[in-house]
Design a binder for this molecule. Structure first.
Ligand SMILES: *Cc1c(COP(=O)(O)O)cnc(C)c1O
Length: 360
């Protein structure tokens, strides 16, 4: 593919891989249906392109966080079922209904705010151990009478430790959820997100809400990643230079050359979401050559040690993989001491974004 773009870096999003991941997860379900979570602009990858590809893969149920995200998604997918995790805030009820968006009611206040619209479908979030959103078990009992004339379409809960298969909290939350959904009957029930899908059929009840795995992050960190890689991030070499001891590289002089070394300076930095915590810890690839980040990542520039790379690969404008076949998101996240979610949602806006066609 041609590098001819003014942008210093290219973000390639493989919509075929995205569709394949939807199908991989759907295949893994022994029961229930697979919904896609496309909040935060589809985890930074572009909701227009991502939701269209997921819909083409067969997805008809979507979750977003905010009303505005729901309105944007409604314009893309006029017929999809769209749930809003944040629920209803005072004064947003009319807008939810105008766009056929289904709020997940998270508190007694939200249930009250929805009262004028109670004939319209809504979900209820039951808190089973996150202590973030959702009704406590006691509140569930309290609102049973109130909810009798509501149109409750979905009850859901969220797992705190799903990526750790043997974590005792998983079963505690599932048992509590199964008990609470007897108290508040609904058409559908949902507890699993990406990792929960891999906890077995008991967790797959009814509707699974896959987010990060669709975008290529490993939902089962202890095992080989079953997902296809969706994202590739490449930055251009701006220049190379030779340094030797006692020269240092970058702000704070945190890297000192100990021998004759060749440094390449790349047109990407923390303003692009290439996180500063990758300073002196990240690795990139030039072809099959692994090159360590040396010195601090700065706002627009990153320096890598290319001493062992053939000069033919080091021309100005040559592309270096920051995220690529040899360095998946999970690896970069580890090197940055964070999680794939933060790498994806932090991807910046200065890249040229290229979407590979959605054909599977
Ligand atoms: C973001 C979110 C999801 C999706 O989680 P992943 O781990 O990305 O699959 C599911 N449910 C809720 C409540 C969420 O906030």
């Amino acid at each position: 593919m041609s590098n001819s773009t003014n942008a210093g870096a290219i973000l390639t999003i493989d919509l075929g891989a995205l569709k394949q991941n939807y199908l991989t997860l759907a295949d893994h379900l022994s029961t229930g249906e697979l919904a896609a979570v496309v909040k935060a602009n589809a985890y930074g990858l572009g909701v227009q392109e991502s939701a269209t590809a997921l819909h083409a893969a067969g997805c008809t149920i979507f979750f977003v966080a905010t009303v505005d995200e729901g309105i944007a998604l409604r314009a893309i997918l006029p017929k999809a079922t769209i749930y809003i995790f944040h629920g209803v805030l005072p004064d947003t009820g009319e807008e939810l209904i105008a766009h056929s968006l289904i709020p997940i009611l998270n508190s007694l206040d939200q249930i009250n705010d929805w009262h004028p619209h109670r004939a319209q479908p809504a979900g209820i979030h039951l808190d089973t151990g996150m202590s973030r959103l959702g009704l406590s078990p006691q509140e569930c009992e309290q609102c049973v009478a109130l909810l009798t004339d509501y149109n409750i379409d979905l009850v859901m809960s969220h797992l705190a430790c799903a990526e750790t298969e043997n974590h005792p909290k998983n079963e505690v939350q599932l048992d509590l959820f199964n008990a609470l959904k007897q108290v508040i009957p609904a058409k559908h029930a949902s507890i699993a997100a990406s990792s929960g899908i891999y906890l077995g059929a008991d967790y797959q009840i009814d509707l699974c809400r896959a987010g990060v795995a669709l975008y290529g992050v490993n939902p089962i960190p202890a095992e080989t990643n079953p997902m296809a890689q969706v994202v590739r991030l490449q930055a251009k070499i701006l220049q190379t230079r030779s340094v030797d001891t006692p020269q240092t590289v970058g702000y704070g002089a945190t890297h000192q050359a100990t021998k004759p070394t060749k440094i390449a300076t790349l047109a990407i930095g923390y303003a692009d979401g290439y996180m500063r915590s990758l300073s002196n810890s990240g690795t990139a690839f030039i072809g099959d050559f692994e090159v360590p980040v040396v010195g601090r990542v700065s706002m627009d520039l990153t320096t890598v040690d290319v001493t062992d790379v053939p000069v033919a690969l080091l021309k100005p404008g040559s592309l270096v993989d920051l995220i690529g076949p040899n360095n998946p998101i999970d690896k970069i996240a580890d090197q940055a001491s964070t999680i794939g979610y933060e790498i994806l949602t932090g991807l910046g806006s200065r890249f040229e974004r290229r979407y590979l066609s959605a054909e599977v």
